[in-house]
Write a protein that binds this ligand. Structure first.
Ligand code: ATP
Length: 455
């Protein structure tokens, strides 16, 4: 049992001291309070494992204290000390949420036993809660396919951050599923019943982007024949995803930051400020920190949107998720086209695992759509795969032939081998690091370098 903290509440100082000594001998840490109000304050400040309280006290009574703790901190067990013979008081304390009672004069052996039981109960229920939330956090999410270790870690993080209102920056290569993740955050947030709106900041010129986001008044510019509300106001109460934020023109970045800081915007051509209540998510495949260094992305905006970062691993780091995703796509495309295709033949599966997927899940989807359309079998074969996938030799060949033009640098061999090991262990980095004989930090560094190279 870890060292536990017991809060002892009694208006008699001598009683507090006696109980304190007895419990400290038993290895507990003890905090004493002379009133219930002081105890409630301490409960807010310190992680208390159990409370031991007198019932009759001036001001807030021990019974009221039981009631308040059972509402505010139902996880903290309360043991009441009642005078010998006042059984009714003990019963009403239990009705008010007390966990147990002991009678005064306190028998020290019994006191220690009762307190130990209360502490054990709390630690047990904490453990159960932890296990329950861990299990829940690691469960896959319905929108996302993938059970590899890096994806499970991402789901865990996503579930933790979704309910808060914080800005989240979703990073990852193109086609890794950043928009799907943004929708998922919205669904798990308190804003789920309100709109989710996404805009691609790279697709619009600066002036169009401003009117797209903030709206415009009628006649604000040549084409503005009618008034437009803009996406911020369309997303009112909900979530706005600013996709490809790394490509937002710098002048627009200034206007966006101002709007985010003030929680209000001014439509193009308008002269009034309109308040909005929108959670902003941003996504990018670019390294924004480097963009800040290069002066193409404003540092103040970076800090504003990067409160929490969720990183999506590239598909090549997700082990056998490639096959899970491929099978899902096959099912979709087969049922759409009415073809009877049910899976992937083993040699084709090997090629899918070896290929680097620079376009990630989007590229895989296109490859599977084509394969389902082409195949004349009930499983996808090597012949149904495009040349780039079929001919990719990936990690099968570590050393080329004798032809010097086929030989590759040592670094490339290392990268291929790291990927090969990661695929074999289904993306489990701890296991991969063990096999490779490096610590996890070194492995992370190597993966990051490989990821940057792949971009
Ligand atoms: N884990 C996943 N499970 C199922 N489908 C996925 C997953 N990840 C991505 N997809 C699908 O892959 C396609 C690309 O995903 P998405 O548009 O979210 O990627 P992105 O990272 O936002 O790309 P870009 O950076 O180019 O905007 C979509 O059709 C999406 O539904």
């Amino acid at each position: 049992m870890n060292e536990s903290v017991i809060l002892v509440v009694d208006d008699e100082r001598a009683m507090c001291e006696m109980v304190q000594t007895a419990l400290e001998i038993a290895g507990h840490k003890v905090i004493t309070c002379l009133s219930a109000d002081e105890a409630l304050q301490r409960l807010k400040e310190v992680d208390i494992d159990a409370v031991l309280t007198d019932v009759r006290m001036p001001g807030t009574s021990g019974l009221e204290l039981c009631q308040q703790i059972s509402q505010l901190r139902p996880d903290v067990p309360v043991v009441v000390m009642t005078a010998f013979g006042s059984m009714e008081l003990a019963v009403s304390a239990m009705r008010n949420g007390a966990y147990d009672f002991i009678t005064k004069p306190v028998e020290l052996q019994l006191l220690r036993m009762t307190v130990r039981r209360a502490v054990e109960r709390r630690q047990m229920s904490q453990k159960i809660h932890l296990l329950e939330t861990e299990a829940q956090h690691k469960e896959p999410l319905p929108e996302l396919i993938g059970e590899s270790e890096p994806m499970l870690m991402m789901y865990d993080q996503l579930r933790r951050v979704a309910p808060s209102d914080a800005s989240i920056l979703i990073t990852g290569e193109s086609g890794t599923g950043k928009e799907v993740v943004a929708r998922c955050i919205h669904r798990l947030s308190t804003r789920a019943e309100r709109p989710f709106v996404a805009v691609n900041c790279a697709a619009l010129s600066e002036s169009l982007l401003e009117s797209e986001l903030f709206g415009h008044e009628k006649g604000a510019f040549t084409d503005a024949r009618t008034q437009r509300r803009g996406l911020f106001l369309e997303a009112e109460g909900g979530t706005l995803l600013l996709d490809e934020i790394g490509d937002m023109p710098i002048a627009m970045q200034v206007k966006l930051l101002r709007a985010l800081e003030e929680g209000s915007l001014r439509p193009v051509g308008g002269d009034r400020e309109i308040k909005f209540n929108v959670r902003v998510l941003a996504a990018t495949h670019k390294d924004l920190e480097s963009a800040v260094d290069e002066g193409t992305f404003r540092q103040d905006l970076f800090y504003r949107i990067n409160v929490i970062q969720l990183h999506l691993p590239p598909l090549r780091a997700r082990g056998t998720d490639v096959l899970r995703l491929a099978n899902d796509q096959i099912q979709r495309f087969a049922s759409r086209s009415g073809k009877n295709v049910t899976g992937i033949a083993a040699p084709a599966a090997q090629r899918l695992l070896a290929y680097r997927w620079p376009g990630n899940v989007r590229e895989l989807r296109n490859v599977m759509e084509r394969a389902v359309a082409l195949t004349q079998h009930d499983t996808i074969t090597i012949d149904d795969l495009p040349d780039k996938v079929r001919d990719h030799r990936g990690s099968e060949v570590f050393i080329g032939g004798d032809d010097p033009s086929e030989l590759v640098p040592l670094e490339e061999i290392e990268r291929r081998y790291v990927e090969h090991v990661l695929t074999a262990v289904d993306g489990n980095r701890t296991q991969a690091a063990k096999i490779l004989g490096v610590d996890r930090k070194t492995l992370y560094r190597k993966l990051k370098a490989a990821e940057e190279e792949g971009e």
